[in-house]
Design a protein around this ligand. Structure first.
Ligand SMILES: Nc1ncnc2c1ncn2[C@@H]1O[C@H](COP(=O)(O)OP(=O)(O)OP(=O)(O)O)[C@@H](O)[C@H]1O
Ligand SMILES: [Mg+2]
Length: 266
């Protein structure tokens, strides 16, 4: 079996959830998304009400087609709801113009996808600088900001590499650095470890954990229970509804128990 080398939880700052309830950064009320397909209405999200506090680390689970990505796209201001309300960082996205939505997306939200979505012939450094082209005002020290984010995800020595010169885990780190370069409050990741082996997945989850400790709110979708264990809260969707919402002890806070080297078989 694989023994996870768990970092000590001793010096971590308190989570938002550990103290009094923080103001919700994400607040959905009766949120619905209905797609019209031919003659039929397909209810992808069905009156979802939930709040996510600043600083939380949330894993979203549920079967295929249960509405996880639809929820992520709404939280990410990539799509608008059919009905209900969604407040992001105090602003009701239903009332925003397309320009204001794009602005909110650029300023407040970073996205990470299962397939990394990198440009094939562009260096890691250039990939990470790309979102800065759309920032207002455009920072003058863009290259330095990108370098810092690549260092933060452990890629100091790979800045000039193109995606095919990088492993899957390294490519996902580039994608995470790109998602961070605009200094977002919320990091959204839709199955970020879906294309990675289990050891690399753990390394990527450690990156998300470190970012969350620095204060970024993390919401990720996963099909894997072991991945969901890294989060502080697990929300389960089915048929477009939330059917379960539990606060759990993340892997990095769980007490480390000794694993017997060769215990008797049960
Ligand atoms: N653009 C679209 N047009 C029509 N139907 C859609 C669209 N996007 C999603 N759906 C439907 O909405 C439902 C929810 O889809 P969603 O992608 O949110 O599921 P999911 O939970 O992310 O699934 P998976 O685990 O397979 O990624 C599905 O039935 C899907 O077919
Ligand atoms: Mg999905």
């Amino acid at each position: 079996m694989t023994v996870i080398d768990r970092p000590s939880a001793g010096d971590r700052p308190a989570r938002a959830s550990a103290g009094p309830p923080a103001a919700a950064l994400i607040s959905a009320h009766d949120l619905s998304k209905v797609y019209r397909v031919g003659e039929q209405d397909l209810v992808a999200l069905d009156k979802v009400t939930l709040e996510i506090a600043a600083g939380d680390f949330v894993a979203i689970m549920g079967p295929s087609g249960s509405g996880k990505s639809t929820m992520m796209n709404l939280i990410g201001a990539l799509d608008v709801p059919t009905s209900g309300s969604l407040r992001l960082d105090g602003r009701d996205i239903g009332t925003l113009s397309a320009d204001d939505l794009a602005d909110l997306r650029n300023r407040s939200i970073g996205f990470v996808f299962q397939q990394f979505n990198l440009l094939p012939r562009t260096s890691a450094l250039r990939q990470v600088m790309l979102p800065l082209l759309y920032a207002h005002p455009r920072p003058e020290n863009g290259e330095e900001l990108a370098r810092r984010r690549l260092e933060q995800v452990g890629l100091s020595a790979r800045m000039d590499h193109t995606p095919r010169q990088l492993s899957g885990g390294q490519q996902q780190r580039v994608a995470i650095a790109r998602a961070l370069v605009n200094n977002p409050k919320i990091l959204l990741a839709d199955e970020p470890t879906g294309a990675l082996d289990s050891k690399t997945s753990e390394e990527i989850m450690q990156v998300f954990t470190d970012l969350n400790r620095e204060g970024i709110t993390v919401v990720l979708v996963t099909h894997e229970p072991e991945i969901a264990l890294w989060a502080g809260r697990r929300i389960t969707f089915r048929d477009g509804r939330v059917i379960d919402d539990v606060r759990q002890t993340p892997i990095t806070e769980a007490p480390i128990t000794e694993t017997p080297v060769a215990g008797p078989s049960p």
